[in-house]
Design a protein around this ligand. Structure first.
Ligand code: C5P
Length: 281
């Protein structure tokens, strides 16, 4: 069984003060995009997790592997399983690649081990705050620590240029910096600067931006330079460090990507997708 697991972009992310459970309540507008990892879940003599091109751990800490093991523990069938992941989505960038892999693994494991979708849905948030969204995908408002996913009409008619600066940011470090800064609000992108499909959600804000900049000040230099070259506002996804802007078409997003300064870890022009993962041939 094979699947594609799509990256996500936080078009908006409001953060509130830390809860007793150690997580911050969120309200975000999440969007899946067509930048994807490939995952295979198949029969084997013994259990294994393989990531041939690197980019994720090949041990029990791999989120997709944990998804398979957790789903199997609920299943009617418990056969040994090989998981193979081909990474395309950069890690530690705020693009939710590990969460997407875990969601796709849950979806495939549900079929393989005869576990109901409702049961794997309850596992999702135990794997990570972004996994419940990744299981559904598309365009959604996400609340709680990430476990409440309210699908919205699919946002279409635009493309994004995404740039990953050469800066790896851990999510918990950025949330900690947000606490230390006393809960700042992020810069806003107003409706006039957004594609028509997103104007009803304006203004779009990422409250983690000031925190990410306090951890890695170079992010603001990248943002300012991209905004200067592209002539449009530039936002950050999640806890960073990936930055993005809106363009009316994929061609224009590709032109923007071609104008990125040297030194970026990755760049990609993408369109929104309507799913977080999908079975593949
Ligand atoms: O849920 P996940 O393992 O992806 O979260 C990673 C870290 O990000 C958590 O340990 C926590 O520090 C932070 N986090 C948070 N509030 C959220 C989601 C994540 O503080 N809603």
């Amino acid at each position: 069984m094979r699947a594609r697991a799509f990256a996500k972009v936080n078009l908006s992310l409001h953060v509130r003060s830390l809860n007793a459970d150690g997580y911050h309540p969120l309200r975000g507008l999440f969007q899946s995009v067509d930048w994807y990892d490939r995952i295979i879940v198949e029969d084997a003599e013994t259990d294994s997790i393989e990531v041939p091109g690197g980019g994720a751990p090949e041990d029990d800490s791999n989120l997709a592997w944990r998804a398979v093991v957790d789903a199997r523990s609920l299943g009617l069938h418990r056969q040994p399983t090989r998981v193979v992941i081909s990474k395309e989505i950069p890690s530690l960038a705020g693009l939710g690649g590990g969460s997407a892999d875990a969601a796709a693994a849950l979806g495939l494991a549900a079929r393989r081990f005869s576990v109901s979708f409702d049961e794997v849905r309850t596992l999702a948030v135990t794997l990570g705050s972004d996994v419940p969204f990744a299981l559904v995908g598309g365009t959604a408002i996400v609340t709680g620590r990430g476990e409440f996913v309210a699908p919205q009409p699919d946002a279409t008619g635009f493309a994004l240029a995404i740039v990953v600066p050469p800066i790896a940011l851990g999510t918990s470090a950025v949330f900690r910096a947000w606490d230390e800064l006393d809960g700042p609000e992020g810069p806003a992108i107003v409706g006039a600067d957004l594609p028509p499909a997103l104007r009803e959600f304006a203004p779009l804000v990422n409250d983690l931006y000031p925190a990410a900049v306090s951890v890695a000040p170079e992010i603001d230099e990248w943002r300012a330079e991209l905004s200067h070259r592209w002539g449009v506002p530039v936002a950050m996804t999640g806890s960073g460090s990936a930055l993005f802007s809106y363009f009316p078409s994929l061609n224009e997003a590709e032109d923007a990507v071609a104008a990125v300064p040297q030194g970026a870890t990755a760049t990609r022009a993408v369109r929104p997708t309507t799913k977080g993962w999908e079975p593949a041939d």
